[in-house]
Ligand binder design. Sequence first.
Ligand code: SAJ
Length: 441
Amino acid sequence: MGRIADREITIGVVGLGYVGLPTALLFFESGYRVIGIDSCNSVVSLLKEGKNPIGDSEFDDKIPPRQEKNWIITSSYSDSIKLCDVVIVTVPTPVTSDKDLDERNVLGAGESIFQNIPQKSGKIIVLESTVYPGFTRKIWSPIVLENGLILGEDVHIAYCPERYNPGDKHSTIAKTTRIVGSMSDEVGEFLASLYSSISEVDVIHVGSMEVAESSKLIENVQRDINIALVNELSMILPSLGIDIEEVLDAASTKWNFHRYFPGIGVGGHCIPVDPYFLIDQANEKNNAVQLISTARLINDQMPKHVSDLIVEIMRSHNLSFSESSILVMGWSYKPNIGDIRGSPSLDLARILSDLGIAISVLDPFVPKKDLPDFVKVVDDIDQIKGFDMIVMATAHDFFQGINWGDILSKMSNNIIFDGRRCLDLEELRQLGWSVYALGKP
Ligand code: SAJ
């Protein structure tokens, strides 16, 4: 532990993306020698020039202007791994088209790392990417063996899930409690101390890698299930003549009620993806997976459900699809960021467009190049005119301050559908809008 206090540890970080780069910078700023390794030449060259290769502008002025003793950027594993005491791996673990975990990045990083580890070196290799229980051991142990290394002697492996939210200014890496899973208490406690040295909050050794891998997964599975519950309630309660938002307001007065929000769907690269890692593993062991799978089905069908509601509204206003136009407000998968991965706005827009309805999109966070060809782009609030309906798809704070009265004056019809329950529906109604909302009778 003295080496940690004296910052005598060299940290390698493999994968300098939304999680890896902030992690590397945190260790560097804390006084460690950091070697950043990335296989993408453009990432390496930008960082070598002191430029930020990721889209989060928060790091624009945090990149060291040039390489120095404690800040080395490279794409070469052979030149770097031997210099590191601990190597943290933060490569993407996407899901394949048939919802399996794509192992290639972790496999490739492991092969490049372990072939450059000398015997008796005692280096520690930590995986942070989101995986399924047993993955780290299953994928990396054979590679360690193939390289003539003894796991637990020549090299140690461990798992420390990333809980950091890229772009989140509040729960930053340093402010997010971490857990560590390892194959020995000694390594687990060492890593807990190491991560503690860059954290403002606890870092807990929770036992095996499998416990830590499972914890990360169920954290997101639980979120998906909770969102599915409110989405299902958003279909049930209106049929009983009850507005879900009034019920959630009431239920939230109970101390242990955790509020979630109904929406047009669940996007991103975590919540809609991680449950499939667990479902896959459970199915392999012939476990019946009901709740987790059903929650995924409910959330995945929300864009279709919302499009059915919109079609019903258009019919009630005698609007013909081929002569109608809808403005979708919000394209990114969650508020106040420009990340469109898995965004349900795309699914909803495509269903409506396939019915012959003209779809336009306004999202101040999403560049035009990230929008599909079948939609028209509205660059600014001032350009909103001639639409029959507005659909609120992402609850950007930006939309809270707009002048809905002014917008109404430029609409062809006065219909608005709040798909994220983020608008003041009574204010809109008083302005003259025909107001509809998910979960509202
Ligand atoms: N969503 C709802 N209703 C809700 C909450 C979210 O429909 O009540 C939708 C969002 O609109 C979005 C999707 O679900 O489309 C995912 O939203 P999210 O807030 O869960 O954001 P993510 O996908 O960025 O999840 C990440 C996760 N963080 C990590 O894995 C490190 C998750 O564990 C966090 O809880 C979440 O951020 C967060 O709280 O910001």
